[in-house]
Design a protein around this ligand. Structure first.
Ligand SMILES: Cc1cc2nc3c(=O)[nH]c(=O)nc-3n(C[C@H](O)[C@H](O)[C@H](O)COP(=O)(O)OP(=O)(O)OC[C@H]3O[C@@H](n4cnc5c(N)ncnc54)[C@H](O)[C@@H]3O)c2cc1C
Length: 348
């Protein structure tokens, strides 16, 4: 297979910043994944797995090893009892196409995850979630190449260790697995409308929404919030939300909430399991002084969403990081809360 040298990575990412890959391979089959991994191992090179590049900040110096783009794009449907249909998709399969096809097949479980960019293989990594669904709710198993044991394995849903924006793939097993295929166990059924924004889309209707209507409503909401990539739109050069919503202990929430109330501010929050509270990072960012549309040279914040740091054209990774640092410092100063970034930083 062809291994190329000094391949620019910025155009392969939505943020569009960063330098080249020293070596670059695109694997269309499992055999090519194994071959690429062997190329890196034999030369003692670090290996980074690239999907759709929608959750990455690549450093300006690039990556001094092998970047392996997984482009396995086959799809299999396995019918089960009682209207169950398992979709087994190659890691390189386009995520939103899979969601559309599941909806067209009358299957519930992925409809709220419409419009998220990237590949199927990228979704288990941070347990992609939106509008009340997470992929952990439907993933049955993940087929991987384990770079440590150099064996192909199948991880069950439990073995993936899913939690909010986290899994074994971005915690204890970070850098260890190349995801080859993901199986989603879906069920013929009704859509899920649990999220307030989504409920509002159907308010006042007597008829229950269909799966396709929910998919369309999610895409419309995402478009209004610059969370749908529209080619040519300035706001599309982002990684989506740059920060996770912080989850804090109830006591911390109460203390902060009381402190802010004395300043006339009403801190929003959502209950989490175990007595924790989830705080909206977008609210913290805006109230720390970063309004939507904030601009500093070539970087800024989306006009439509306070959590989306954008490359306004010609930005460097260093400029993106400087804005990230500034936001984190001001949120810490204003609220004593540490914002944890969501994207993966490569080559820093
Ligand atoms: C406009 C916009 C909106 C977004 N909205 C959401 C949202 O609502 N919810 C959400 O959770 N995320 C969201 N994201 C983030 C991102 O789209 C998801 O995290 C997506 O699943 C990343 O997939 P990817 O293929 O682009 O992965 P990449 O960005 O290429 O990689 C991300 C991480 O996954 C790893 N990875 C990718 N493929 C594989 C593989 N085959 N094997 C092993 N590791 C792999 C990479 O090594 C890296 O660590 C958004 C991003 C953008 C730009």
């Amino acid at each position: 297979m062809l291994i190329r040298e000094n391949v620019p990575l910025a155009p392969l990412t939505t943020l569009d910043v960063g330098g080249p890959a020293r070596f670059f391979a695109e694997a269309r089959t499992e055999a090519e994944v194994l071959e690429s991994a062997e190329f890196a191992r034999a030369r003692g090179l670090p290996l980074f797995v690239l999907g759709g590049g929608s959750n990455l900040v690549i450093s300006d110096t690039g990556f001094a090893g092998l970047v392996l783009k997984v482009a396995i794009t086959d799809l299999e449907h396995v019918p089960g009892p009682n209207g169950q249909l398992t979709f087994i998709a190659g890691a390189g399969y386009d995520w939103d196409t899979l969601v559309r096809e599941s909806v067209e097949a009358g299957c519930a479980g992925l409809e709220c995850l419409s419009g998220i960019p990237g590949t199927v293989g990228g979704t288990p990594v941070q347990n992609v979630g939106a509008y009340g669904q997470e992929v952990s709710g439907t993933i049955q198993e993940v087929r991987v190449f384990d770079l440590e044991s150099r064996q192909i394995k199948t991880l069950s849903n439990a073995e993936c260790g899913f939690a909010y924006r986290s899994s074994v793939f971005n915690t204890t097993g970070r850098g260890r697995y190349v995801i080859l295929r993901v199986s989603f166990a879906l069920q013929q059924g009704k859509p899920s409308v649990r999220y307030a924004d989504l409920e509002r889309s159907f308010a006042g209707r007597s008829k229950e929404p269909t799966l396709s209507e929910v998919r369309q409503a999610v895409r419309d909401i995402r478009q209004r919030k610059a969370m749908l990539i529209i080619h040519g739109e300035a706001d599309s050069h982002s990684v989506g939300s740059f920060f996770k919503n912080p989850i804090v202990a109830q006591a911390i929430f109460e203390e902060l909430s009381a402190r802010l109330a004395s300043r006339g501010l009403d801190l929003p929050s959502y209950p989490e399991a175990g007595g924790f509270r989830k705080l909206p990072a977008a609210w913290l960012v805006e109230h720390a002084g970063f309004a939507k549309g904030y601009r500093k040279g070539t970087v800024g914040i989306s006009q439509k969403h306070a959590l989306a740091i954008i490359n306004c054209g010609g930005a460097t990774a260093a400029e993106i990081i400087a804005l990230k640092d500034e936001i984190q410092a001001r949120v810490m100063h204003a609220f004593g809360i540490e914002l944890d970034p969501e994207p993966v930083f490569v080559g820093f």
